[in-house]
Design a protein around this ligand. Structure first.
Ligand code: G6Q
Length: 537
């Protein structure tokens, strides 16, 4: 089956031709019930998707496309533990990590639910010991700083969530994250720290990732130099990994290794052992609330009919813009400072999952896949890049995310923040016509400059307040949105072969830096760069 020859796809193409010029001003004027009919509550999440350039007919056609491309079947296979990650022959079961049901979940003959419970208990015991001070360092001092050493999926989720849930954190423990192989990251993170009060969490599914292992070895050297004793490693290093052999080789006691499984993809691993830093920060009870929040959205996605299924709706709306309007990016704009790393997190989730151009059956696609995802918290973005969204030449669908109640109420800050959120979606949708600008007495030569075309699409996602439970729902909403899009695009959202080539070439070039003979047939540009580095370093 080729996506672009499906009748459901060509029906959308025809529909696009007749609907592409519709303006949100007219769509709203023509239907006083529009906001109500194009909004949905799922768990604690209220989503208003009425400010999109579509009609209910568009959505019908998109639901037809989802059915024709087997979104529901693939979803059911994922939840059942089928090996839907075909290129790596793996199940994709991050939903099992937060499943609240007490029933067993058999995958390849193993009850993964029991395994998950076991690791969660182990994590809970350790996190509680660090938080209470009963886990001490080598010299008997309490742990004051926890540094997570990991990269990609073993970093972005925990960083995002530790920031997002800082309100719930134990304030006498500082969490830090070191990911970059650039020594500056580790050196700055450990500057002025007392090794006797520092705990390193080595977060690496494979335990072979060069960035993480290089940082881990340097961190071990720093610690041993500071404490003057090799055996100190035992009380200052723990590992989150699937690779027990390598963990042991590094010198970490297997009792201090927190395991997970090959069916947890890196960028979907926050709720596995990879979340240990978060659990230390917010405590096991809050961590469990986060898991329960994820499960609310997992169950919604698993059971709601497509027409009332929020990840499905948001995924299909994204496809409408990417594949029919030709939009190339998507902005994530959270109006909450605690979500300052949320866009970066979704950038990986989206771009590593769906940045593919080969279908599952090995054909090149002749349609666009994942958008470029980016964003910053509001209102900062308003004073930086919103100009381009309002008056530039790109069509940039944007998600506005906000909370009804602030965690840190202070004077008029929160109502002002939320007023800005709502105002932006209104301005983007409806703009300001030349006639409206003229009627304000603006000089003729400035009218065009002060006119806003409007018709810029947005989703508004609102929740009561930022809690572990609502954050879990929000993350799962986006995970499943990405799933839906990958399913429609017929790609494998769960591999990431695109990261391999650069890794391999870096190993070769690094080898050449260390050998005498470094003329090994690179192109003239790469060779020039290598020579320059060798001469000038
Ligand atoms: C995510 C990717 C990737 C991965 C990192 C770290 O889905 O697989 O970002 O998380 O490369 O890998 P390790 O956890 O194995 O060190």
């Amino acid at each position: 089956m080729k996506l672009t020859t499906l009748p459901e796809w060509t029906a959308l193409l025809d529909h696009y031709d007749t609907h592409k010029h519709l303006h949100l001003r007219d769509l709203f004027a023509g239907d006083p019930e529009r906001a109500k009919s194009l909004s949905l509550q799922a768990g604690d999440i209220f989503a208003d998707y009425s400010k999109n350039r579509l009609t209910t007919d568009t959505l019908e056609l998109l639901f037809d496309l989802a059915r024709a491309t087997g979104v529901e079947k693939l979803r059911d296979e994922m939840f059942a533990g089928a090996h839907i990650n075909t290129t790596e022959d793996r199940a994709v079961l991050h939903t099992a990590l937060r499943r609240q049901s007490a029933d067993p979940l058999l995958v390849d003959g193993v009850d993964v639910a029991a395994d998950v419970r076991g690791v969660l208990e182990q994590m809970g015991g350790f996190a509680t010991a660090v938080r209470s001070g009963s886990w001490t360092g080598h010299t008997g001092k309490r742990i004051k700083t926890v540094i997570n050493l990991g990269i990609g999926g073993s970093d972005l989720g925990p960083v995002m969530a530790v920031n997002a849930l800082r309100y719930y954190s134990q304030r006498d423990i500082t969490l830090k994250f070191v990911s970059n192989i650039d020594s500056t990251h580790l050196v700055e993170a450990t500057r002025d720290l007392d090794p006797a009060e520092t705990l390193f969490i080595i977060a690496s599914k494979t335990f072979t990732t060069d960035e993480t292992m290089t940082n881990a070895r340097s961190a071990r050297d720093w610690l041993v130099a500071g404490l003057g004793d090799e055996t100190a490693v035992a009380k200052h290093f723990v590992a989150l990994s699937t690779n027990a052999t390598e963990v042991k080789k590094f010198g970490i006691d297997p009792a201090n290794m927190f395991g997970f499984w090959d069916w947890v993809g890196g960028r979907y691993s926050l709720t596995s052992a990879i979340g240990l830093s978060l659990m230390i920060s917010i405590g096991p009870d809050h961590f469990r609330e986060l898991l329960a929040g994820f499960d609310v959205m997992d169950e919604h996605f698993r059971t709601a009919p497509l027409e009332q299924n929020l990840p499905v709706i948001l995924g299909l709306i994204g496809i409408w813009y990417t594949n029919f309007f030709g939009s190339e990016t998507e902005a994530i704009l959270p109006y909450d400072q605690y979500l300052d790393r949320f866009a970066a997190y979704l950038q990986q989730a989206n771009m590593e999952s769906n940045g593919k151009s080969i279908t599952k059956s090995g054909q090149s696609v002749d349609y666009a896949t994942a958008p470029v995802v980016w964003g910053e918290p509001g209102t900062n973005g308003q004073h930086a890049f919103y100009q381009l969204i309002h008056q530039g030449t790109h069509l940039i669908p944007a998600d506005f995310i906000g909370f009804m109640k602030p965690l840190n109420p202070l004077g008029e800050h929160h109502p002002k923040l939320i007023a800005n959120l709502f105002a932006q979606t209104e301005a983007l949708a409806f703009g300001k016509t030349a006639a409206e600008v003229q009627s304000e007495g603006v000089a003729a030569e400035l009218v065009a400059h002060k006119t806003f075309a409007g018709n810029h699409p947005t989703n508004t996602i609102l929740m009561p307040s930022l809690t572990p439970h609502t954050l879990g729902q929000l993350i799962a909403l986006y995970e499943h949105k990405i799933f839906v899009q990958g399913a429609v695009w017929q790609i494998n959202s769960f591999d990431q072969w695109g990261v391999e080539l650069g890794k391999k070439l870096a190993t070769t070039i690094y080898g050449e830096f260390k050998s005498d003979d470094h003329k090994t047939g690179h192109d003239s540009s790469t060779q020039q760069l290598i020579d320059r580095f060798l001469d000038q370093r």
